[in-house]
Ligand binder design. Structure first.
Ligand code: ADP
Ligand code: ASP
Ligand code: MG
Length: 484
């Protein structure tokens, strides 16, 4: 069995969905199960719709709903105007009713919001299954979640396996198409796996079904040495270890959801990232036996829009369990610590959080350390905005790579605020406005030379191609020319 997942750009229009269906059919002998994302931009549009409903803005709801409905209608017509799309029409009506409910409720609950956003993937399932059907492939469109979670939205392997087996049994000889991203909690309420979560759905499903392989189809050639939107010269990494892929995605490489590598890595199921628009390209294979390249920097990733929360005070070393308490407070409040620094000097601890969570982090810390602030041990809890972290990833990165990175940045006049070096990753905290300059410099001076030694080749990026053409909605004939 082969799990094939297609991202939003891959299913962005009727023509693209037909193209996806042809890719799936080309692998029919491998018993594919298809996981689809929502059409590109549909999740953002649904989130905006939920917000408009929360604000009670009828006019905005009506126009945004109308735009979503026509986008899906157009896709269906492009797939086949003659086909029976009644399942799609029914679902679009249900979406309309859900929007009406949300408007009446005023402030939709998080469950109502998740149920609304879930329509992106549920509608995409109908379109992808419809396209397969038209290419004479009997299909089951499973429009419910295929992933089960606990009440905190953490996936449950056993319940997911039962759901997957139920869906497969119902599909029989038909090809199964399921939605990514959405999941349900034990009481049946809808939840999601977070933005970009369809990758995670695919690997959870592959693990549940003990699939032979899981392929993530996206709009670039595979995992690249950098984000191609920032570094034009980004190169493809043909094989990557699960640990490296995990580090890459967790530290900001958007191509894979941060949690998506673990479920298949645990079972040794090979994961491949491939380009929908160049389906013959082998992509990147994530395998426990990648080529070994000790001492080389292979990729650079980044996270931006961060804020550093800084504690200062002469009495900091006197505060019992200072750092542990800082971390506990963040965990309790559900605030992600993107990076945290516990200096061995007793002074200057800091935590990097998403900028949008900085005010909440300060509030929580101020409450926790009210007494220490009162006694003057802690003199200030401040926020340094506009921060970013970039991470150089490789194997057995020794002092030489650290020195190369430091030398490169010094030559460009960039001074990192924090540096953390581990054998497989080197993280640097920088002001956000210096990030892209730093990434390009490190890629050019440190990563490209080491990849050149390994014989890596530049990668094709569909998004970069579109940007270069300055053309968001690429004519389909150009897609066809490049991919078939
Ligand atoms: P999908 O919709 O297929 O899930 P995403 O937009 O989530 O696709 O992820 C693919 C995008 O990730 C690429 O278009 C690319 O711009 C971006 N990206 C960032 N870092 C990397 C990287 N290291 N390798 C490949 N792609 C990357
Ligand atoms: N549609 C969801 C999102 O846009 C999930 C995904 O595409 O992976 O975040
Ligand atoms: Mg994605």
């Amino acid at each position: 069995m082969l799990v094939m997942k297609f991202g939003g750009t891959s299913v962005g229009s009727g023509e693209r969905i037909l193209h996806v269906a042809r890719i799936v059919l080309a692998h029919q002998d491998q018993q594919p199960v298809v996981v689809t994302s929502a059409l590109s931009g549909a999740t953002d549009a649904l989130l905006a719709l939920a917000q408009a409903a929360a604000a009670g803005d009828d006019a905005a709801c009506a126009s945004q709903l109308e735009a979503l409905v026509s986008r899906h209608h157009e896709a269906a017509l492009a797939i086949n105007p003659e086909a029976d799309w009644s399942a799609l029409h029914q679902k679009l009506e249900l979406l309309g009713a859900a929007v009406q409910d949300a408007l009446e409720q005023g402030e939709p609950s998080s469950v109502a919001c998740d149920s609304l956003v879930a329509w992106g993937e549920r509608l995409a399932v109908v379109l992808v299954a419809g396209a397969l059907h038209i290419l004479v492939c009997p299909t089951l469109a499973w429009d419910r979640p295929i992933v089960a979670t606990d009440e905190h939205a953490l996936p449950l392997a056993g319940s997911t396996r039962r759901l997957a087996e139920e869906a497969l049994a119902l599909a029989g000889k038909r090809l199964l198409v399921v939605p990514g991203f959405i999941a349900h909690k034990p009481d049946g309420r809808m939840t999601t796996l977070g933005r970009g979560g369809s990758d995670y759905s695919a690997t959870l499903l592959a693990a549940a079904l003990q699939a032979e392989a899981c392929w993530i189809y996206t709009d670039v050639d595979g995992i690249l040495s950098a984000d191609p939107r920032v570094v034009k010269e980004a190169q493809i990494l043909p094989t990557v270890s699960p640990q490296m892929a995990g580090r890459l995605s967790y530290s900001g490489a958007k191509v894979l959801h941060p949690l998506s590598v673990a479920p298949v890595a645990r079972l040794g199921i090979p994961l491949r990232v491939r380009n929908t628009f160049r389906p013959d390209h082998p992509g990147t294979l994530i395998t426990a036996q990648p080529g070994k390249h000790p001492g080389t920097a292979q990729a650079i990733t980044s996270r931006r829009d961060l804020a550093a929360i800084l504690l200062a005070g002469e009495g900091l070393p006197e505060v019992a369990h200072l750092f542990g308490r800082m971390c506990q407070v963040m965990t309790r409040a559900g605030i992600e610590m993107v990076l945290s620094v516990h200096p061995g000097t007793g002074y200057d601890p800091q935590i990097l959080v998403k900028a949008a969570q900085a005010a909440a982090a300060v509030e929580q810390l101020t409450q926790e350390f009210a007494s220490e602030c009162g006694h003057g041990q802690i003199q200030s809890i401040t926020v340094r905005e506009g921060q970013a972290v970039c991470t150089v990833i490789g194997e057995e990165l020794g002092g030489a790579v650290l020195a190369q990175v430091q030398h490169t940045l010094a030559a460009e006049g960039i001074a990192p605020l924090v540096q953390m070096a581990f054998p497989s990753a080197l993280s640097l905290v920088l002001p956000d406005h210096e990030l892209e300059h730093a990434i390009r410099s490190i890629h050019r001076q440190v990563i490209e030379p080491s990849l050149r030694k390994q014989g890596a080749a530049p990668a094709y990026s569909h998004k970069a191609t579109l940007a270069a053409l300055n053309d968001d909605e690429e004519p389909e004939r150009r897609v066809a020319a490049s991919c078939l």
